[in-house]
Design a protein around this ligand. Structure first.
Ligand code: ADP
Ligand code: ZN
Length: 216
């Protein structure tokens, strides 16, 4: 069993790798981005505020995301947790440490996925997903076989995220460099940081992560 963090800028491929780890290792993905997207459809005042902040590309408050994570952590995970998109700030990192300590657990590895900015912009601005099954596509590198139809499940419910525009992405990258990238030094100092090349082919990235987990 291992608890790991996938750390990296938007579009680094954290979600894709997390999904694979769920399938291959029985780990549980905790994506604050997915939780917040769920919260915004709730129709509450909190949901409406979260939607506004997310669509601009800014970070939601630490209180909200820490609360969401705390709720999910209490359920436990036999194969361990994959934190995807959390922590994104130093206060979130401290909160995670206390929450895990309270459960008698710790972090086994923090995996930094390195990707350069030009690649991120290209990846994100062409991205769309299937609303029914979650499959991820890209206009240039992975279009659907039949336009408007999901290859995996046949659904026509193909969606683009409201924050996958060039403007919102600029803000997301700036938020990443200002608030999240200091976590790289923080976890390096704790002796937890391992880096992988996020620009490699998806299968190679998975192999690199598997090797890290086998040692953890
Ligand atoms: P990506 O990593 O591709 O930008 P995510 O789905 O992880 O996308 O997050 C989307 C948005 O959700 C972020 O831009 C931010 O507004 C919000 N968000 C997600 N996780 C956090 C977090 N840990 N702290 C603050 N805001 C968050
Ligand atoms: Zn589908």
């Amino acid at each position: 069993m291992a608890n790991i963090i996938l750390l990296g800028p938007p579009g680094a491929g954290k979600g894709t790798q997390a999904k694979r780890l769920e399938e291959t290792r029985g780990m549980v993905q905790l994506s604050t981005g997915d939780m917040l997207r769920e919260a915004r459809t709730s129709g509450t005042e909190m949901g409406r505020k979260v939607a506004e902040v997310m669509d601009r590309g800014q970070l939601v408050t630490d209180e909200i995301v820490i609360g969401l994570i705390e709720e999910k952590l209490t359920r436990g995970a036999a194969g361990g947790f994959i934190f995807d998109g959390f922590p994104r700030t130093l206060p979130q990192a401290d909160a995670l440490q206390s929450l895990l300590a309270r459960m008698g657990q710790g972090l086994d590895a923090v995996i930094e996925m390195r990707v350069d900015d030009a690649a991120l912009v290209a990846r994100i601005t062409g991205r769309f997903t299937c609303g029914a099954c979650g499959a991820v596509y890209h206009d240039a590198t992975k279009p659907t076989a039949v336009e408007g139809t999901c290859d995996a499940c046949g659904s026509h419910d193909l969606r683009r995220r409201a924050d996958d525009t060039e403007d919102a992405l600029k803000t997301r990258l700036m938020e990443y460099y200002k608030k999240t990238s200091p976590l790289i030094g923080y976890y390096w100092a704790k002796g937890k940081l391992v880096s992988v090349d996020g620009l490699a082919e998806m299968d190679h990235v998975s192999e690199a992560i598997a090797k890290i987990l086998d040692k953890a």
